[in-house]
Design a protein around this ligand. Structure first.
Ligand SMILES: Nc1ncnc2c1ncn2[C@@H]1O[C@H](COP(=O)(O)OP(=O)(O)O)[C@@H](O)[C@H]1O
Ligand SMILES: [Mg+2]
Length: 1010
């Protein structure tokens, strides 16, 4: 085993010492004295640990604690200062007891300092200059005083009130040190709201708008969506920070990555992790995870703890539930920064929370550059609870104020230069800040003012010492936030990376940040434009190499990242891209491309599992582009074609399939060609079933021998899926079920979870429609549903239908109601509308025709409102059927005609239903031969399918027509045939219904009483 390495870390050290303890010891007997000291140490330890520090050791009467070990927090310095202040209060409390018990009291002197220490990995002992300085500061403090060092002060100055102590000449230090006496720590300041530089200039009305929006969500316990738009550097993040530090709320944050294509959920994962943090998370969120298996399932897939199939709808719902439950005790503000880099599924998720969350005070605060409106034109539009704000540049007078704030008093900024800064900045505070920092650092008064912010930042970075610059550039490769570990690996010649980082913190170019990787220290460029400037300065050869180094480091250390493959793939892709720009690819470069493709492919497949097809297509297309030209990865292509189709890009799916098929044919790969053609034909059928069904059928027959012989699992899955579709369209549910079941098995073998799940969904439909006896079908459906914890309404509803067919209405009805409610919760409006069909069906079986009519009408109305017509045809005919049963023949006829007109000739269910209603109405009008013709037509259509219920229903309609037209003999025959169909299928409720109806005809009462 390798020896544990020593690590250099930037931490904050707290030293405190009890003064007057010698005197106290003299006054008290030894036993009482020990008791007093024990109380003091206990109090100290409790306060320190409460603020996240670790007590390192007790040295005589002194306590030494460290903040930032084992993990650095962005706010360690503030935690330490808070702990110091807290301890001072505790001592006051303790003193009251001491006075009462022993007539004595103690006071503490405290020193707090931030800097580097050396820590072993096992031992907690920290040593180094920073520790010594903390001890010296403690010695310099008067009893009851807290003295903080210069580095600490820089990190906490916005959160505290402190006054400078003249330069301290400390033992063992050559230069004097500027230290500060802590007066008080300001109220509950969010650590991320720490702001440097000038006090806020202007922005009063914007802050009021934010405060109003927040007050509103708190008062109404509702959700608000607030979007701040503005160009880079104008002050969006600052505005948010100022707002956040004035409110009492739980703040969780996430930032979209500038290279976030295909990394849909990065900010959401960050927010969810904060809500579920074991130390600082929300109790409500943790309870929900423990108590709601569906939320837990979706969240675990989201954070990468489980590989399973889910959907963006399900993830959005689960995240909303989590946020709502977190807002039980305290309002939640969820901040999403740089939203303009977000993916569509992220936009949907945020809108879902804004639209659906109830009874919980939640403010979603988004910040974005105006180009957000290019990728999502209607963002926030049409919502009563949404506000968007365009943050304009500062007014000229405000810029002047800002310059005055930033130019240190007494320094004489030459007025011409001042004016040029004012004009060139154009009201952009980042520009002003950076220009003045550049002037201050260069020390010369006659610097040119660069014309753009990019040029300005480049000039400013030029001023850095080479070592600092190297560290900064290495950091920029990871992104705006970066970790220390990889920087060390990327800059192997730099002996003291932590020290360089500390210097960069001093120059306010980077700040400590919350680490994404466990056990790592993290930093963040103060502004993304600074990161971009540092990155731009890198030569392409360096970029190529650094991206690769980072990716390799991450492969090893980033295993806890949910998006490991997305990120590693991205960096390898970049490395390869730069290499290719520099020259032809050698063997090593080819390996790089292959590795990148492998990561992106894996990430793409995971995105397919989540149903995030947009991201999947992005990742898979990038993987494809990395493969050498003649090489085809058919499995990847198959996923890609599917992903394109599923995300509605049918034409792209079809043309890609054709291209791949041609390429395979040219290369003499017969199986590959068939595979691609099958994958494409599925989407052809979904666009134009009339033309393509027959072709798909022929293609399946043609492909089967070759694919079966070849034995590739992924190819077999496509084949069987297509075969299932062919059988299903022909009404052969039994055969379809068998094919889909085979597709499931092959998909599982090929590790295509999403394909397995989608095949299972189709199999469930075939099972529910087909000839399998109902009791067995029920078991199958229960079993299928149990395969996964994720919400699969389709499987549940098929089960409800089967229960109803078995006459178990007391189970079927609540299952339906509950599932529809859950779908509504998730915003699945269209699906809810289409599933009103099942409500109709259950009520028809129960015999409550009025309820059936209400259900069908509701479904029709909702579908019309949503502009959806492909399901409307069937539902219109169902409404007609209910109206007929109620004896409202005129209305029934109209709806039947409407449904038949909307539905195609090949829409079997609609035809049988619609013709059935029409034939009986004609019979009642006395048009016997026309009625018979229609009823016979419906009957012969129904027998093309193997659905017993459809055959039975058609037979029953024909029986009624025969009965009405006086042919009692054949009517009785037909009735018996219907009942036989139902009975063979074990559908007891259908048998009962048929008997009720025939009893009603023979007793001569109207069908309405049936
Ligand atoms: N109104 C303001 N007054 C003082 N400083 C500001 C103001 N607005 C922004 N700044 C400073 O300008 C810099 C850029 O602002 P930032 O909020 O990061 O911009 P954005 O998020 O819009 O890109 C930050 O250092 C910030 O503190
Ligand atoms: Mg910002």
């Amino acid at each position: 085993m390798p020896a544990p390495r020593q690590k250099r870390k930037t931490v904050t050290v707290l030293f405190c010492d009890v003064t007057g303890s010698t005197a106290l010891g003299e006054r008290l007997d030894p036993e009482s004295f020990r008791q007093v000291m024990r109380r003091y140490f206990e109090a100290a330890r409790a306060v320190i640990e409460q603020h996240g520090g670790t007590v390192e050791k007790f040295i005589g009467d002194a306590v030494m604690a460290v903040f930032g070990v084992p993990v650095l927090h962005e706010d360690d310095a503030l935690r330490a200062v808070r702990a110091a202040a807290g301890l001072r209060e505790q001592i006051a409390v303790l003193n009251r007891g001491l006075e009462a018990d022993f007539g004595a009291s103690v006071s503490v002197r405290t020193g707090v300092n931030t800097g580097q220490v050396v820590t072993g990995t096992d031992e907690r002992l920290a040593t180094g200059d920073a520790v010594n300085l903390a001890a010296r500061l403690e010695q310099a403090a008067a009893p009851g005083e807290i003295v903080i060092g210069p580095q600490t002060w820089r990190l906490v100055r916005d959160a505290v009130e402190a006054e400078p102590l003249g330069p301290l000449q400390l033992k063992g230090k050559s230069a004097p040190v500027t230290a500060y006496r802590l007066l008080r720590v300001r109220g509950d300041v969010d650590p991320r709201a720490r702001v440097g530089g000038a006090p806020l200039v202007g922005r009063g009305s914007q802050l009021r708008m934010l405060a109003d929006a927040f007050a509103n969500v708190v008062a109404e316990r509702s959700c608000g969506l607030f979007t701040v738009l503005g160009m880079a550097g104008v002050g969006k993040s600052r505005l948010a920070a100022e707002f956040l530090r004035g409110i009492d709320a739980r703040v969780v944050t996430g930032t979209c990555l500038s290279y976030g294509q295909g990394i849909t959920y990065w900010p959401v994962v960050s927010i969810v992790r904060q809500l579920l943090d074991t130390d600082h998370g929300c109790v409500g969120a943790a309870q929900l995870m423990a108590g709601d298996a569906k939320v837990a399932a979706a969240v675990n897939v989201l954070v990468g703890e489980q590989a399973a199939v889910t959907s963006p709808t399900e993830i959005a719902w689960a995240v909303r539930k989590l946020v709502e439950s977190s807002a039980g005790l305290m309002p939640v503000v969820a901040v999403v920064d740089d939203l303009h880099w977000g993916e569509p599924a992220l936009f949907d998720l945020i809108e879902h929370i804004a639209d659906f969350s109830r009874d919980a005070p939640i403010l979603i605060l988004c910040m974005a550059r105006p180009e957000l409106l290019d990728s999502r034109p209607g963002w926030g539009g049409g919502k009563l609870n949404a506000t968007s704000l365009l943050l304009e540049p500062l007014q000229p007078a405000e810029t002047t104020t800002l310059i005055n704030e930033l130019v240190p008093a007494g320094s004489d900024l030459n007025p011409q230069l001042r004016e040029r800064v004012q004009i060139t900045a154009g009201g952009n505070p980042l520009f002003v800040e950076e220009m003045l920092a550049l002037l201050a650092e260069s020390g010369s008064g006659d610097l040119a003012v660069p014309a753009t912010i990019a040029a300005l930042l480049a000039a400013r970075l030029d001023q850095l010492a080479p070592a600092e610059r190297t560290v900064l550039e290495c950091g920029s490769v990871e992104g705006q936030s970066f970790h220390q570990g990889p920087v060390q690996v990327m800059a192997p010649d730099e002996p003291d990376v932590p020290r360089r980082l500390m210097a960069l913190i001093h120059k306010d170019l980077v700040r400590p940040d919350r680490a994404v990787l466990p056990g790592e220290d993290a930093f963040r460029f103060r502004h993304l434009l600074i990161r971009d400037a540092a990155y731009q300065a890198l030569a392409k050869t360096d970029r190529a190499q650094l991206h690769e180094t980072f990716a390799r480091w991450l492969e090893e250390h980033g295993t806890e990242l949910a998006e490991l493959d997305e990120i590693t793939g991205y960096h390898l892709e970049q490395a390869f891209g730069y290499r290719r720009e520099l020259g032809p690819a050698d063997e090593q470069a080819r390996q790089l491309a292959a590795d990148a493709a492998a990561h992106l492919d894996k990430a793409g497949r995971r995105a397919m599992n989540r149903g995030d097809t947009g991201a999947a297509v992005n990742l898979l297309e990038r993987a494809e582009a990395l493969l050498p030209a003649p090489q085809l990865n058919l499995r990847l292509q198959q996923s890609l074609i599917r992903g394109l189709g599923e995300s509605g890009r049918f034409d792209d799916a079809i043309s890609r399939a054709a291209r791949i098929a041609d390429a395979c044919a040219a290369a003499g790969d017969r199986v590959g060609e068939l595979r691609a053609r099958l994958a494409g034909a599925i989407w052809q059928v979904s666009i134009d079933p009339n033309r393509w069904s027959a072709r798909l059928r022929a293609l399946v027959q043609e492909a089967r021998p070759a694919i079966e012989q070849d034995g590739d699992a992924a190819a077999s899955a496509v084949l069987e899926h297509a075969a299932g579709e062919v059988d299903f369209m022909r009404g052969q549910n039994g055969a379809a079920l068998a094919a889909y079941t085979r597709a499931m098995r092959h998909a599982r073998q090929a590790d295509q979870l999403w394909f397995e799940a989608s095949s299972r969904g189709w199999a469930a439909t075939a099972m529910a429609m087909g000839p399998t006896p109902r009791a067995e079908a029920l078991r199958w459906l229960e079993d299928a549903d149990a395969q996964s914890t994720v919400f699969q309404p389709h499987l549940v509803l098929m089960r409800a239908r089967t229960l109803a067919e078995l006459g178990r209405f007391d189970q079927a009805r609540p299952l339906l109601t509950e599932t529809l409610a859950q779908m509504n919760e998730r915003g699945m409006r269209l699906q809810v509308a289409t599933w009103m069909q099942l409500a109709w069906e259950i009520e028809m079986l129960v015999g409550d025709h009025a309820a059936a009519e209400r259900a069908a009408r509701q479904g029709c109305e909702q579908l019309e409102r949503l502009g959806e017509h492909s399901f409307l045809s069937t539902q219109a005919c169902e409404l007609a059927e209910a109206l007929y049963a109620l004896g409202r023949y005129g209305e029934a006829e109209q709806w039947a005609l409407r449904g038949l007109e909307l539905g195609g000739r090949d829409d079997l269910l609609t035809q049988v239903l619609g013709l059935g209603v029409r034939s009986r109405i004609l019979a009642r009008k006395g048009q016997a031969s026309a009625a018979l013709a229609l009823a016979e037509e419906a009957d012969s259509l129904a027998t093309t399918s193997d659905s017993p219920w459809l055959q039975g229903d058609a037979a029953l309609d024909l029986a009624e027509v025969l009965h009405l037209t006086g042919d009692r003999m054949r009517a009785a025959e037909m009735t018996q045939r219907a009942i036989d169909c139902y009975q063979r299928n074990g559908a007891t409720a259908r048998v009962a219904r048929a008997q009720r109806l025939t009893a009603a005809w023979t007793s001569g009462s109207s069908p309405a009483s049936g």
